[in-house]
Design a protein around this ligand. Structure first.
Ligand SMILES: [Zn+2]
Length: 156
């Protein structure tokens, strides 16, 4: 198989991976937030929630997945679309190190593990988390939210 043929094969195979049903789930997900289902949005939405699993993506990882579906989309568009999904309440953004942004399809409050060795974010068991006491908010302020990110590294 020549390289070109192989790439075409991979693209077609990638297209097959996303079923019509997954696209329907993606379209419904957009509709519940009142977002117009453009083709690019449907592709990204289907990659995010089409299989019904919660996931944590970065703009880069979703961009790679979209390319795998043969979608001609730029990284900037993926990033802006993720922001729009956040603004619509479909995703929550989890920031690690103040710069790395992860986008989570589970919008309920829950703690995360951050795997330092692979820069991966996964859910931590909520039922094991107990926050006994928080510092009082300073005068004139209230606590908007508490993010719990537990950083993991491999045991040496
Ligand atoms: Zn999560």
């Amino acid at each position: 198989m020549k390289t070109g043929d192989f790439l075409l094969y991979m693209t077609l195979k990638g297209r097959e991976l996303m079923s019509e049903q997954e696209q329907e789930v993606g379209t419904r997900w957009l509709a519940q937030a009142g977002l117009r289902p453009t083709r690019q949005r449907v592709t990204l939405a289907s990659l995010l929630v089409g299989d019904g699993q919660d996931r944590h993506v970065t703009a880069e990882s979703l961009f790679e997945a979209a390319k795998g579906q043969g979608e001609a989309v730029s990284l900037a568009t993926v990033y802006n679309t993720l922001r729009a999904f956040c603004d619509a309440g479909l995703l929550q953004e989890v920031t690690v190190d103040g710069s790395k942004s992860y986008f989570d399809t589970n919008t309920h409050d829950h703690p995360h593990f951050f795997w330092e060795d692979d820069s991966k974010l996964t859910d931590a068991p909520s039922e094991q988390l107990v926050i006994a006491q928080l510092p009082d908010a300073p005068e004139g302020a209230e606590i908007a939210s508490v993010d719990v990110v537990i950083r993991l590294r491999r045991k040496s």
